[in-house]
Design a protein around this ligand. Structure first.
Ligand SMILES: *[C@@H]1O[C@H](CO)[C@@H](O)[C@H](O)[C@H]1NC(C)=O
Ligand SMILES: *[C@@H]1O[C@H](CO)[C@@H](O)[C@H](O)[C@H]1NC(C)=O
Ligand SMILES: *[C@@H]1O[C@H](CO)[C@@H](O)[C@H](O)[C@H]1NC(C)=O
Length: 925
């Protein structure tokens, strides 16, 4: 067990690697559960998809109809699918090799909105729904306009029942239905609304039914006549004005007055046909898209025909028989739900990987686990788990047929996920180093996870799809890591969705730069480096006790403090005068040791100071104010002091957890400021709260910390065994039980064993026996006492019994300063040169009792009284015990004494006295 120097980087990395391995083996089920999450998620998605498939994608309504037809005549029918076997609704999805021609329709206003001539202001026709529709005309030659307007509409209605479609073309047909997205099924015909034919004068009983189209796309409609008025206006300006006024808002009468269309014939003459047409383009279809121009051609043919007839006479006609769209392939609806809702799901799943850090880090650090190995191993560990996780996600997802995974390029997906988890791990490091509290860090992490998913879905996706949203802002939003992940997943899902819908591939590398994926990749890579660097920086800074934003504070807060130092100097000078002789002696001893560079003392602290910077407007907290102390090997030094006196700060400083503000300290001649790495090899710490891994056994804990102390092979096993024996954890298989099953006492003993493993030269124990039952306590004390022989121990405690039992010397520490130093006996002698007499009488005799005591000891002091019970402090040298007894006898004769007692001073009295005087003094100064 020779001192083999500090453990190398690899040894330490190995120690934490092995510990993590055991830890993960023990936690195998929680890891399996984590990796199963993608599996469950994929199952859920598959179930929902199956539901959608059965209800929508493969439902009869969503397919072209089929029929079993006996074609060959051998009574064995064959399934044949096609538009001819479909219902009207199914027909929409069929392949249509020969589209149905439809008569061209014009769009006319609904009856209640139609413009009426000023003569009709009361407009009874509106109530009867029989208002005429108006077409406005203008041009340079009114008599020409009049001629054309006569030719515009047919005076009679003609229909040939053998060739309905062609004969309909001779009439001017119209609908009030506002457009449709496709013309395979003209919405004006498919809808239940009537079809109108516009005539200059409607004959009575002009409504009748007719049918159009071939099965199954055939419709029976009602044909109604509507009167058409051709109205001349003097100029196109006038028409504009009229249309503008009538547009929806209504004119001065509050009436909406819409017209069908308007023609400006400009300079049309016999040899030149020139026309402008007004049509209403603000109509929207069902899904709010502007309609196609499918209603406009009829307006053109109408005026052209009128012009032709003006030139050639009524015998010549331009007829416009039908409009039809091009033939189309089958358009089966294939909704891929996973691709649609994928982004938010996968954002959650991937963000759930966000690793959560553990505060056990502190104790590992106290035992010499540097930042390097810790970061490296944690990073590699999280990366391994996460990579496994996403591989599982991709495998499960593809295996059960999610298009999201299947039709996008696998290597692209993998690189995307892999970059993302790297970014995520660095962000987790950043969060955990920025929020020192574990709880705050995990709350921040959860908010980040769920917030990103929801914001992504409801805000970011909305902006992405809104093309008017400036792309630059999208880029800025993507700087938020949750959104860059969301964007990537969104692009993948869009490619998958549309690829699936059209039977093409999803995203491939060739789409990399035009899909927005490239910017996401670059952002992620840059952020990954930045967050790792910042996390490491914050971690370094905060472990040296500075505020992470110290460089800002320094510049802002310099001036208000500039007056402080002189004041501080005065106070410290004043208090120096008050310092007790023993403390001064100790610091003189330290001065001497410092000069000699002597290593006989394992711990030497010289004027050590630790000041925490003020936060939130509080003044800086001086936790340790100039502590000088030397502890030789083999001594155990007890530190007593009220809560908040700075004991734990002192230990944190000495273990390198925080850097001292000034002063120096040496452990075995090595400075804690510059050579902490080497100090750790010979250091043991037992922190105030047990920091243990629930699932690791006692033995595994000791093996881990032993390795950190650079113990190897048989030395290691032997040391672990000894340590277990020394704290009574060896027998009965206790050593191989997980620490989570230990009782409080056993945990405490394990913590002490950890601090003692590897025979450290220096051990710090922060209240080692708090919360132990008396039997375990004695056990523990024996172990500590045994270990003391080769070690210098500094322990803090609130138990005077412990202090008296364990410590060779004691120091009482108040407000960051030692108030006195000495062995327990000396201290009692020095501070406790008095007896304490306790008397309980009826309260009316309090006065008498006090007088009695004054009589035999005029220097006595009443230190406590309540309801007849009084305590007097009686100086030892001025009084003999017999006198006290006499006085009590005398008292008993004159009045009733309920109880009384006389006690020598205890360490507790000393402590209370020293602490109180020091605090009074400090409060006073
Ligand atoms: C206006 O049109 C008529 C034919 O309807 C024609 O006779 C007349 O010359 C035209 N007037 C002008 C000024 O072009
Ligand atoms: C249009 O012109 C005719 C004849 O030039 C005129 O009588 C009529 O008042 C004009 N109408 C308007 C609205 O200006
Ligand atoms: C044009 O169409 C819109 C939408 O239906 C309607 O509100 C508006 O009144 C129409 N304008 C005219 C001049 O007919």
């Amino acid at each position: 067990m020779a001192d083999s120097g500090p453990a190398s980087f690899l040894t330490r990395a190995n120690a934490i690697y092995r510990k993590n391995l055991t830890y993960q083996k023990r936690n195998i089920w929680s890891n399996v559960r984590l990796i199963m999450i993608p599996f469950y998620l994929c199952i859920v998605l598959v179930c929902v998809q199956a539901l959608i498939d059965s209800q929508v994608n493969n439902s009869v309504d969503n397919q072209c109809g089929c029929k079993c037809i006996d074609k060959t005549g051998v009574e064995k029918c064959q399934m044949v699918c096609g538009v001819e076997y479909s219902t009207r609704d199914q027909g929409v999805f069929c392949a249509i090799p020969k589209p149905q021609p439809w008569p061209p329709l014009m769009l006319i206003p609904r009856p209640e909105n139609r413009a009426v001539d000023t003569k009709y202001t009361d407009a009874p026709c509106r109530r009867k729904h029989s208002c005429p529709v108006s077409i406005l005309l203008t041009g340079n030659n009114q008599s020409l306009g009049a001629t054309l307007s006569r030719n515009l509409l047919r005076t009679s209605f003609t229909m040939n029942s053998f060739d309905i479609l062609s004969s309909l073309a001779d009439n001017v047909l119209a609908t009030t239905y506002k457009g449709s997205a496709t013309n395979y099924l003209d919405a004006g015909i498919v809808s239940d609304l009537s079809i109108y034919n516009i005539q200059p004068q409607c004959p009575p009983h002009s409504s009748f039914p007719f049918s159009v189209g071939q099965s199954p796309l055939n419709f029976t409609k009602e044909m109604r006549c509507v009167q058409g008025l051709n109205l001349w206006r003097n100029s196109s300006r006038e028409i504009n004005h009229e249309i503008f006024k009538g547009y929806q808002k209504g004119n001065s009468d509050g009436l909406i007055s819409e017209i069908v269309a308007a023609y400006d014939l400009l300079n049309t003459i016999k040899t030149n046909f020139n026309v402008n047409i007004w049509y209403n383009a603000t109509y929207k279809d069902d899904s709010n898209r502007p309609i196609k121009l499918v209603r406009v051609p009829r307006l053109v043919s109408l005026v052209s025909n009128a012009y032709l007839q003006y030139l050639q006479g009524p015998g010549t006609r331009i007829s416009f028989e039908f409009v039809k769209e091009m033939p189309k392939q089958e358009t089966k609806l294939r909704l891929d739900l996973a691709s649609l809702i994928g982004p938010v799901f996968f954002t959650w799943v991937i963000l759930l990987l966000l690793p959560k850090q553990h505060r056990l880090r502190i104790i590992m650090k106290m035992h010499g686990l540097g930042d390097g190995p810790y970061w490296m191993i944690s990073y590699v560990y999280f990366l391994a788990i996460s990579t496994l996780f996403i591989i599982c996600l991709m495998i499960f997802g593809s295996a059960i047929g999610l298009k999201f995974f299947r039709i996008n390029d696998y290597s692209l997906q993998f690189v995307f996920y892999f970059l993302n988890i790297n970014l995520q791990i660095s962000i987790a490091f950043l969060i955990s180093s920025a929020f020192s509290k574990v709880e705050t860090a995990s709350v921040a992490a959860y908010i980040y996870v769920f917030g990103s998913g929801l914001l992504g879905l409801f805000l970011f996706q909305f902006m992405l799809e809104d093309l008017s949203f400036h792309r630059g802002w999208i880029l800025v939003l993507e700087l938020y890591p949750g959104f860059s992940l969301f964007r990537g997943l969104y692009e993948l899902s869009q490619f998958a969705f549309h690829g699936n819908l059209s039977g093409r591939d999803g995203m491939k590398w060739k789409h990399f730069s035009d899909s927005g994926m490239d910017e996401v990749f670059y952002i992620i890579i840059v952020e990954w480096f930045v967050s790792l660097t910042v996390a490491y920086y914050i971690d370094k800074i905060s472990s040296s006790g500075k505020d992470p934003l110290f460089f800002l504070k320094n510049t802002f807060k310099k001036s208000p403090f500039s007056q402080r130092p002189s004041f501080q100097k005065q106070v410290s000078a004043a208090s120096k005068g008050m310092e007790k002789l023993d403390v001064i002696q100790e610091s003189e001893k330290v001065e001497k040791l410092m000069l000699e560079q002597n290593t006989s003392h394992a711990i030497v602290c010289h004027n050590l100071k630790k000041v925490y910077p003020g936060r939130d407007g509080n003044p800086p907290k001086k936790a340790v104010q100039g502590l000088s102390l030397a502890v030789p090997t083999g001594e155990s030094f007890g530190m007593l002091g009220p809560n908040g006196a700075g004991k734990t700060s002192f230990i944190n400083t000495m273990t390198g957890l925080v850097k001292p503000t000034s002063g120096s300290a040496f452990v075995n001649g090595l400075s804690i400021c510059t050579e902490m790495d080497r100090v750790y090899t010979s250091l043991g710490v037992c922190p105030q709260h047990d920091l243990l891994w629930e699932t690791l056994t006692g033995r595994e804990h000791l093996l881990f910390y032993g390795r950190l102390k650079n113990l190897k092979g048989s030395d290691l096993n032997q040391a672990v065994e000894e340590a277990l024996k020394s704290v009574n954890l060896f027998h009965g298989g206790v050593a191989d039980k997980p620490a989570g099953k230990y009782s409080g006492g056993m945990k405490r003993r394990l913590s002490v064993a950890i601090s003692l493993i590897g025979s450290p030269k220096v051990v710090y124990m922060d209240e080692p026996s708090t919360g132990l039952d008396p039997a375990s306590r004695v056990n523990l004390w024996t172990a500590i006492k045994r270990a003391k022989r080769h070690t210098a121990i500094i322990l803090t405690t609130h138990s005077m019994e412990e202090a008296e039992f364990l410590c060779d010397r004691l120091g009482i520490f108040v407000d960051g300063r030692l108030q006195c130093i000495g062995n327990p006996k000396e201290l009692k002698g020095r501070y406790g040169g008095s007896y304490v007499l306790t008397m309980t009488t009826a309260s009316e005799h309090e006065q008498n009792m006090e007088m009695l005591v004054q009589e035999f000891s005029p220097n006595s002091k009443k230190i406590y009284h309540i309801a007849g019970t009084q305590k007097f402090e009686i100086p030892k040298e001025k009084v003999r015990i017999s006198e006290v007894f006499q006085a009590v006898e005398k008292a008993k004769r004159s009045f009733k004494v309920f109880a009384w007692g006389l006690a020598n001073t205890t360490l507790e009295d000393v402590f209370i006295k020293v602490a109180r005087t020091a605090q009074d003094f400090n409060a006073f100064s």
